[in-house]
Design a protein around this ligand. Structure first.
Ligand code: SF4
Length: 213
């Protein structure tokens, strides 16, 4: 019963975010569980498409890649062991895919979409290039305002990613961002979408359950 109360509370928050996102030019849907979210994305992409993915724990947690491949879609994404030139080539190909799947680090109640990248490949593709961008954002990434969103990108999302990637950056010890000058720093490019980029088709999927960092 407690769980239902939390879900009902969170749904109202997501409905407010959806209203703001629509006002900002984005198409938006809300889903209540993982299976329905996955099926919606699988249907949206269909078959025989190219799908760029910018490295995302949200996408990994959705466990959708094999389903997309089974529909004869070509997945374009890098892997950590690739060298710089190979990654750069894949990032360029991903930018011109039919669909680009990613997750921002935060969306505000006012419908601002916030990303923090190490390399900028994901934010580039989320601004211009793909025929359609699909963003997936869990309830855990919703913040009240832009300041809190930016704080979250560095003090929650980035710190957890540093821990996941075993980066020798100070935040893995302190558990908060130290605005480091480390050569392995992963917080280099901050992008805020105040409104939908004019020439990019967009859909934002909000989930009433936690996904990613
Ligand atoms: S700026 Fe440096 S210390 Fe801060 S979260 Fe990023 S990697 Fe960690």
């Amino acid at each position: 019963m407690q769980e239902e109360n939390i879900k009902a509370f969170n749904l109202k928050t997501l409905q407010e975010v959806k209203k703001s996102l629509v006002k900002n030019g984005f198409k938006c849907e809300i889903f209540d569980d993982l299976a329905t979210t996955k099926q919606y994305i699988i249907n949206l992409i269909g078959k025989n498409k190219t799908v760029g993915i910018g490295g995302s724990q949200t996408i990994n947690m959705l466990d959708i890649i094999d389903d997309l491949k089974n529909n004869n879609n070509k997945i374009i994404t890098h892997s950590p062991e690739m060298d710089k030139d190979t990654k750069m080539e894949i990032w360029k190909q991903a930018q011109y895919s039919d669909f680009y799947l990613a997750s921002p680090q935060s969306i505000t109640l006012n419908g601002e979409v916030v990303f923090l990248d190490a390399y900028g490949n994901r934010v580039s593709s989320c601004i211009i290039g793909p025929k359609k961008v699909i963003l997936i954002c869990g309830i855990n990434k919703i913040t009240n305002d832009l300041n809190t969103a930016i704080w979250r990108t560095r003090n929650i999302a980035a710190v957890i990613n540093n821990i996941r990637l075993k980066k020798p950056n100070p935040c893995t010890t302190t558990n908060t961002c130290q605005d480091c000058n480390s050569p392995t720093r992963i917080c280099n490019v901050l992008v805020v979408l105040y409104k939908k980029p004019n020439y990019t088709d967009y859909e934002i999927i909000l989930t009433n359950f936690s996904l990613g960092y």
